[in-house]
Design a protein around this ligand. Structure first.
Ligand SMILES: [Zn+2]
Length: 414
């Protein structure tokens, strides 16, 4: 099948037959009926739908689950810490789709010198035009106040459809610690309140994604104080990649036990040059064994970021450590296959939990009225088909739909 980047008219109905559904809860064999970009019915398997024009996909023997919702992606490209050439390129739509990610939340991160909110919102709109679901956060990691599109956090969230929160934001405006000569934690609390109020007005979560310094003894502790002193709901914050160090994991356990979200970074692992990190699938088990409820745990990729490799020693050349999108699926699969966690519980961490944490009510579940974002998996939990907003992006493991320039890039580079 030829790859396409335009939007052909959708077949009136698409029916996935005999789908063994993980919604993410296990609901068994159904026929999933898709109209346009939405799921309209989950019918008993083998239901008669005569007299209607439809495309049928046989999913017998395969599992069908919601498309992944990745809450932490540097869609414009992260990096920039090792010269201009280390600025990672913009993400391409089929990079996300072939990793099973049908909904993406982008953010600027550390480099707000060469990248801007205007570019981030434009990229988000572009991914939507390409056929995915895309959102973004306002702000950057190390500037207090953060750069915005409209001049304020609250007007960005209230009036710009794509912007659903603020972050990723560090407590210090100066660097990788908590010491600040500015407002520090006070500013983080102000940013979170701006998000909360604008979110209520515009029916969004308006949450605050936190960048937490993992190597210092304070780790998440100032945020407990912010929550206790201000009364801001703990669920307004998403601390990112909690498995970076043991100290951060300990604080994340306390945070999760207090009712907060904890977000495991799928790319943070000794296998990806983070020597002090806990493997993502082990981190999931460690959180659960410590009593953190399964419905508080999220996993994200921090994908398309490219921080300098954590090298020690004088003579090693400094290189960027690219964060691939496929790490999200790999981490989830290892939670099921190596940690022997129930497949539905593990799926929630990349689907329904993320949709709840980020306020995306149409995402993360397979049910009538939800968006038609679906993954078809084989019994080894490998991706077979990916459907985003009712359109196939991957069929039989191969990309069949791409963004406007993905195909051009492939041919120009090969
Ligand atoms: Zn990041």
């Amino acid at each position: 099948m030829a790859t396409t980047f335009f939007s052909p008219p959708l077949t009136p109905l698409v029916v996935l037959r005999n789908a063994d559904i993980l919604a993410p809860s296990r609901i068994g064999l159904r026929d999933i009926v898709i109209s346009g970009e939405s799921i309209i019915a989950l019918l008993p398997a083998g239901s008669k739908l005569s007299g209607l024009e439809m495309e049928e996909i046989d999913a017998a023997g395969q599992l069908v689950c919601p498309g992944f919702v990745d809450n932490h992606v540097h869609t414009l490209g992260g990096g920039g810490g090792l010269g201009f050439s280390s600025r990672a390129p913009e993400i391409q739509a089929s990079q996300l789709a072939r990793a099973g990610i049908t909904t993406v939340i982008g953010m600027l991160g550390f480099d707000a010198t060469s990248k801007s909110m205007a570019a981030l919102v434009s990229k988000t709109k572009g991914l939507r035009e390409d056929g995915l679901s895309a959102y973004c956060l306002t702000g950057t990691t190390l500037e207090h106040p953060v750069p915005t599109l409209t001049g304020q956090i609250r007007t960005d969230i209230a009036f710009v459809d794509e912007i659903i929160g603020v972050g990723e934001l560090s407590i210090s405006e100066l660097g990788y610690g908590y010491d600040s000569f500015g407002k520090g934690a006070q500013y983080v609390a102000e940013a979170a309140v701006a998000g909360l109020l604008a979110g209520r007005l515009s029916r969004k979560a308006g949450y605050c994604c936190l960048q937490v310094p993992p190597y210092l003894s304070q780790v998440l502790k100032p945020m407990f104080e912010v929550v206790d002193r201000t009364g801001i709901p703990i669920t307004q914050f998403i601390p990112s990649h909690v498995n970076q160090t043991d100290g951060y994991m300990e604080d994340a356990i306390a945070w999760g036990l207090k009712g907060g979200w904890v977000d495991i970074g799928a790319n943070y692992s000794p296998e990806n040059n983070y020597s002090r990190a806990t493997l993502p699938h082990r981190a999931y088990t460690r959180l659960r064994e410590a009593g953190v409820p399964a419905d508080r745990i999220l996993i994200s990729s921090d994908g398309n970021g490219a921080p300098p490799k954590e090298e020690r020693g004088e003579n090693k050349p400094k290189v960027a450590n690219y964060m691939p999108m496929r790490a999200l699926h790999a981490a989830w699969r290892r939670i099921v296959c190596e940690e022997e966690v129930d497949v539905s519980a593990a799926l929630a961490a990349v689907t329904s939990n993320v949709a709840r944490a980020t306020g995306l009510a149409h995402k993360g579940e397979l049910a009538p009225g939800k968006d038609a974002d679906l993954l078809v998996l084989n019994q080894d939990l490998e991706l077979v088909h990916v459907i985003a907003r009712g359109r196939p992006f991957v069929a039989n493991g191969q990309p069949v739909r791409r963004g406007m320039f993905d195909g051009t890039l492939i041919s120009e580079l090969s």
